[in-house]
Design a protein around this ligand. Structure first.
Ligand SMILES: Cc1ncc(COP(=O)(O)O)c(C=O)c1O
Length: 286
């Protein structure tokens, strides 16, 4: 069905700008450039739009008739998936769940945006987030029973084709820096699934750049993100660079005082706050 629609799979506008930021550089005492991944699309889905391109290409190859994903109320991924499905003329099926999540009486924020895009929505009220994979799998089976060809996209979008989006980000960044006077050695990015950091590191290994990547964890603990990255590496086994790339990545708990001290007194918490607010990937030149 997706094939018949002749859909274009690119989501968002690339390349995103790379901005020298004198204000933040002065504030933090390092030369800092900001990669504006928040400008990828107009719905505020940021880096998810970049990863989604590769998932859509795979969904197109499989001729999917419905895109599924699972998220909590503030999920921008759900909005990105609903928008892409609508643009491609197929259906989106969004699952909402989470330990304390209940359907709001009045839709607001990203949930309102997703709802307006006309997806099928299934609520699992106050269902533990740990069960999201099982819920997604159940929904896939239900769609198959309806005669549909479902394409599930897990939270974070980093698995499978999604990691290619993060590698693309690294290659794009390297190309932009090639013509820049600044040669950053440190890249700092928000880490949810850890896929963005892993993709940046894989690009660095492939291009033989001396980047070190720091992930500021915005959800799970650093330990849990490291585990997720290890399983992403397993999955990306065909990419010979994936395993050596993990040596270049360090994950920090957002509010870890120890992590702050380890980094020569720099205030990583302040970075985290900014990244949460801007959704940007940032580069430090030290
Ligand atoms: C705004 C923003 N940028 C980047 C990321 C990094 O995502 P990941 O580590 O899953 O690739 C996240 C994670 O949820 C995020 O919310």
């Amino acid at each position: 069905m997706l094939r018949a629609a002749g859909a274009a799979t690119r989501c968002g506008r690339v390349p995103t700008p790379l901005e020298p930021r004198a204000d933040m550089s002065k504030d933090l005492g390092v030369e800092l450039l900001l990669k504006r991944e928040d400008l990828l699309d107009d719905l505020g889905c940021g880096h998810k739009a970049r990863k989604l391109h590769y998932h859509l290409a795979e969904a197109l190859r499989l001729d999917a008739s419905v895109l599924l994903t699972v998220g909590s109320l503030p999920s921008s991924q759900s909005v990105a998936v609903a928008a892409a499905a609508r643009r491609c003329g197929i259906r989106a099926h969004l699952l909402y769940m989470g330990d304390e999540q209940a359907q709001p009486a009045t839709a607001h924020g990203y949930y309102l945006l997703a709802s307006l895009l006309g997806p099928t929505i299934t609520w699992h009220e106050r269902r533990p987030w740990a069960e999201h994979a099982a819920a997604l799998q159940d929904a896939v089976q239900a769609e198959i029973a309806l005669g549909e060809t479902p394409y599930p996209i897990p939270p974070g979008m980093s698995s499978g084709p999604g990691l290619l989006g993060s590698i693309e980000l690294g290659l794009e960044l390297a190309a932009q820096l090639g013509s820049s006077a600044t040669r950053p050695t440190h890249i700092v990015a928000p880490a949810g699934s850890g896929g963005t950091c892993l993709g940046l590191a894989i690009a660095a290994v492939a291009l033989e750049l001396d980047w070190r990547v720091t992930g500021v964890c915005i959800g799970a603990s650093a330990r849990a993100v490291e585990d997720q990255v290890a399983s992403l590496c397993q999955e990306a086994g065909a990419l010979a660079w994936a395993h050596s790339a993990t040596n270049r990545v360090t994950f920090h708990d957002t509010h870890s005082v120890a992590a702050t001290r380890r980094h020569r007194g720099r205030n990583w918490n302040s970075y985290a706050t900014r990244f949460d607010a801007t959704g940007c990937c940032s580069i430090l030149s030290t």
